[in-house]
Structures are given as structure tokens and as C-alpha cells.
Design a protein around this ligand. Structure first.
Ligand SMILES: [Zn+2]
Ligand SMILES: [Zn+2]
Length: 139
């Protein structure tokens, strides 16, 4: 999925769920969606217009948190980096396949891993399952 499609999808998802995709949130999502590999927060910061007073690091981190909570961006925990979700707000665990050679991340939809072991009174807010190996190009 390319960046314009991801942004269009995100806008549709936000208006449907009544959350606001502010210009900064949109810009952060765009930068994550345009990258071919998981993006680090400091890479985002360096690409955001520093002249813009509203784009100070804490606001950029808050924009990222918003995007993660809204299900538009996933954090690749082991890399401490971010990828755009190809299916905005799918509401289930993200299953990521991460190539150790080129760091290409492929997200697979439709799985609900871990639910059967969930403690009864525990509410899951977000889940990310990460698989590491080699992509087709790097085998
Ligand atoms: Zn996803
Ligand atoms: Zn690879």
C-alpha cells in the first residue's frame, strides 16, 4: 500500500471514529507511510519542519502516540521504530514479519493471536506480534 492510499484510509477512519487528524498528526503519518523501512522517532523529528513551533519533540511524540492508539501506526518494539498500518484501525493484533537483513516489514491481517491465553479481566489495548527472519529478497 502506498502513502497516498494510507493517508486516504486514515482520514476515512478518523472521520468515521470522530477523532481529528490534525496537520501535524497527518504529517507524521505521511513520513512514516513514505518510508520504506521502520522509522525512528528521531528521524521523524529531523524531517519535521523545525521552524514550526507546534512541532516540538513532545508534540511529535504525542502525535505518534495518537497514531498508535488510533491504530494507524504500529511500533516495532524490538527496533523501537514505527511502521504505517496498511489497514487503518483494524482493531486486532498487528502481526509483523521483519526481515533482519533489510528491515522490510510486512504486516499480515486477520490473525487474533494470544486471545485464548488472555486473563479474564484484562483489557487489551494494543498487541504487536513480531516475527524475525529473511524476506523473499534476502533469502
Ligand atoms: Zn495494522
Ligand atoms: Zn529483506
Amino acid at each position: 500500500m502506498n502513502a497516498p492510499d494510507i493517508l486516504e484510509d486514515a482520514e476515512r477512519h478518523c472521520s468515521k471514529t470522530g477523532v481529528r487528524l490534525t496537520p501535524l498528526r497527518r504529517r507524521v503519518l505521511e513520513l512514516v507511510a513514505r518510508a520504506n523501512a521502520p522509522v525512528k522517532a528521531y528521524d521523524l523529528l529531523s524531517q519535521i519542519d523545525r521552524a514550526n513551533a507546534s512541532a516540538k519533540p513532545p508534540t511529535v511524540y504525542r502525535a505518534l502516540d495518537f497514531l498508535i492508539d488510533a491504530g494507524l501506526v504500529h511500533r516495532v518494539e524490538a527496533l523501537n521504530a514505527f511502521v504505517a498500518c496498511p489497514q487503518a484501525g483494524h482493531g486486532h493484533a498487528a502481526v509483523l514479519y521483519i526481515c533482519e537483513a533489510c528491515t522490510k516489514v510486512t504486516e499480515v491481517q486477520g490473525a487474533r493471536p494470544g486471545q485464548e491465553h488472555k486473563p479474564r479481566s484484562f483489557t487489551v489495548k494494543r498487541s504487536v506480534i513480531e516475527h524475525y527472519g529473511r524476506c523473499a529478497n534476502c533469502q
